[in-house]
Design a protein around this ligand. Structure first.
Ligand code: HEC
Ligand code: HEC
Length: 385
C-alpha cells in the first residue's frame, strides 16, 4: 500500500498525484485477475479494470481514476453492453455482449478526436517466472509472419526497444514488456503514479498539459536513488512474482480426447501446448521445466471485433498476444464468474471463442460446426487446463 507524499516512512511515499489504485493487490487480488464493472450495479468500478489510450495530448497513455487530495481525477469509465446473438449451424444460439465504453467526468476537457479507448482487465500474475524463462529462440521458432505453411495463422513477435536495444515482448495483453522488471515498473508509473529506475518521472502518466499534477507532491528521496521506488523494491516484487506458481499447466492435460479436439479445431496453432524453460542457475526451481501454458507468446490479428486502435510496440490495434490458458479458472473473480478476453467481455469459454476473428476465423468456424457435445467437451477441457 502506497500513500501520499510526504510521510514519515519514506518507502511508502509518492502515490500519484494521479493514479488508478494504491497497490498491486487492489487489481491483482491474491495474484488473480480482474473483472469489468457490472453496469447493473450503480457505481461499480470493477476490479483491475482500466482504460489505456493511444497517447492523448492531455490525458497521456491511461485514464487515471483517482487523485491525491487537491488534484483532479481524469475521469471514470462508463461501460454498457449491447447484447447480440450468434446462431450456430445446428440451430443453437449464444448471446454475446459487445462493450460500449465512454469516459464520464473528464477532468481536463475533452479527449482529442483521434484518441482511442482500450479497456483492459488485470490478468492473473501466476507463473510469470516460468514464462520469463522460455527461451527466446523457441518463441521465435513459432512465428510465421508470411504464413508460409498456408494455415491462415501467422504469429509475430512483439519487439520493444529498451535503451536502444530491441527486445522480445512477453508480458501484457499485447506482449509489451520483455521482462517482469519492465512490466512491474510500468505498473508503478501508470497505475500507481510512482517513479522507478525504468520510468523515473515522479508524476507517472501526467502530461505537460497537466501542470498541477506535474507540480504536485512527489516522494522522490535521495535515500532511494532519487526515486519513489528504488531498484531494491522492484527486485523484491519481481522475486515475489517469480515465486508464484501457475495455477495449472505444470503437467500435461489428462484428457487425451480433449487435447485431440483442441488440436483438431485449430486452437493449438496459437495456444501452443508446451515449452521447456531455459537453464537458470539463479533459479533452479524455474529451470529446465516442461510447462503447459497453452500460448505461443506471439501476436495475432484477431480481427475487427476485438481491435482497439491502440498500437503498442509492433502490435497494431487488432493484434493481441495469445493468452496463456493455464489456470484459466484464475480468470474468475471471487464470485466464480469468468471475465475473459482483454476487456473481460466474455463470460464463458464459448463466448471467448466466438469473439475470435482474423487469423482465428477458421478455428472459430470449426468450433461452431462441432456437435453440441463436442463444443461442451472442448470448453470443459479449456477450463481445466
Ligand atoms: C489499476 C489496476 C492495476 C494495478 C494497480 C496493477 N496492475 Fe498489473 N496489470 C493490470 C492490467 C490491466 C494489466 C494488463 C495490462 C495490459 O497489458 O494492457 C496488468 C498486467 C500485469 C502483469 C502482466 C501479466 C501477464 O499476463 O503478462 C504483471 C506481471 C503485473 N500486472 C504486475 C503488477 C504489479 C507488480 C503491480 C504493482 C506494482 C501491478 N501489476 C499493479 C492492472 C493493474
Ligand atoms: C490465431 C490465433 C488463435 C487461435 C487459432 C485461437 N486463439 Fe484463443 N486467443 C488468441 C488471442 C490472441 C487471444 C487474446 C484475445 C483478446 O484478449 O482480445 C485469445 C484468447 C482466448 C481465450 C480467453 C483467455 C483469457 O484468459 O482471457 C480463450 C478461452 C481462448 N482464446 C480459447 C481458444 C480456443 C478454445 C480456440 C480454438 C477454438 C482458440 N482460442 C483459437 C489467439 C488464438
Amino acid at each position: 500500500m502506497w500513500v501520499t507524499a510526504p510521510t514519515v516512512t519514506h518507502a511508502n511515499d509518492g502515490l500519484g498525484p494521479l493514479y488508478n489504485a494504491r497497490s498491486c493487490a487492489t487489481c491483482h487480488p491474491k495474484g488473480g485477475g480482474g473483472r469489468p464493472p457490472d453496469p447493473a450495479a450503480e457505481g461499480d468500478q470493477g476490479v483491475g479494470y482500466l482504460v489505456k489510450l493511444n497517447g492523448d495530448p492531455v490525458y497521456g497513455r491511461q485514464i487515471q481514476t483517482n487523485a491525491v487530495l487537491g488534484q483532479t481525477i481524469e475521469g471514470r469509465p462508463r461501460l454498457r453492453y449491447r447484447e447480440e446473438a450468434v446462431r450456430l449451424p445446428d440451430g443453437g444460439t449464444v448471446r454475446l455482449r459487445r462493450p460500449v465504453l465512454e469516459i464520464a467526468d473528464l477532468g481536463y476537457g475533452p479527449l482529442a478526436g483521434a484518441t482511442a479507448l482500450s479497456a483492459r482487465v488485470a490478468p492473473p500474475v501466476h507463473g510469470m517466472g516460468l514464462l520469463e524463462r522460455i527461451p527466446e529462440a523457441d518463441i521465435l521458432a513459432g512465428a510465421d509472419p508470411d504464413d508460409r505453411n498456408g494455415d491462415g495463422v501467422r504469429g509475430r513477435p512483439n519487439r520493444i526497444t529498451v535503451d536502444g536495444v530491441p527486445q522480445l515482448g512477453r508480458f501484457g495483453w499485447k506482449a509489451t514488456h520483455p521482462t517482469l522488471t519492465r512490466q512491474d515498473s510500468e505498473a508503478f508509473s501508470l497505475d500507481i503514479g510512482m517513479s522507478t529506475p525504468a520510468f523515473p518521472d515522479p508524476w507517472g502518466d501526467c502530461t505537460e498539459a497537466q501542470g498541477d499534477c506535474r507540480r504536485g507532491p512527489h516522494g522522490s528521496s535521495p535515500q532511494y536513488e532519487g526515486l519513489e521506488i528504488p531498484s531494491t523494491i522492484i527486485g523484491l516484487i519481481d522475486g515475489y512474482l517469480r515465486g508464484l506458481p501457475p495455477d495449472g499447466g505444470l503437467e500435461p492435460p489428462k484428457d487425451a480426447a480433449g487435447s485431440a479436439l483442441f488440436a483438431a479445431t485449430g486452437c493449438a496453432a496459437c495456444h501452443r501446448p508446451s515449452f521447456t524453460t531455459a537453464e537458470d542457475p539463479a533459479h533452479p526451481d524455474l529451470s529446465r521445466r516442461r510447462i503447459f501454458p497453452f500460448s505461443d507468446l506471439l501476436l495475432h490479428d484477431l480481427g475487427p471485433d476485438l481491435a482497439d486502435g491502440v498500437p503498442m510496440g509492433e502490435a497494431r490495434g487488432q493484434d493481441w498476444r495469445t493468452t496463456p490458458l493455464w489456470g484459466l479458472q484464475r480468470r474468475a473473480g471471487g464470485d466464480g464468474r469468468l471475465s475473459l478476453l482483454h476487456d473481460g467481455r466474455a463470460r464463458s469459454v464459448t463466448e471467448a471463442i466466438l469473439w475470435h476473428g482474423g487469423e482465428a476465423a477458421g478455428a472459430r468456424s470449426a468450433f461452431m460446426a462441432l456437435p453440441a457435445a463436442e463444443r461442451r467437451h472442448l470448453a470443459r477441457f479449456v477450463l481445466g487446463l
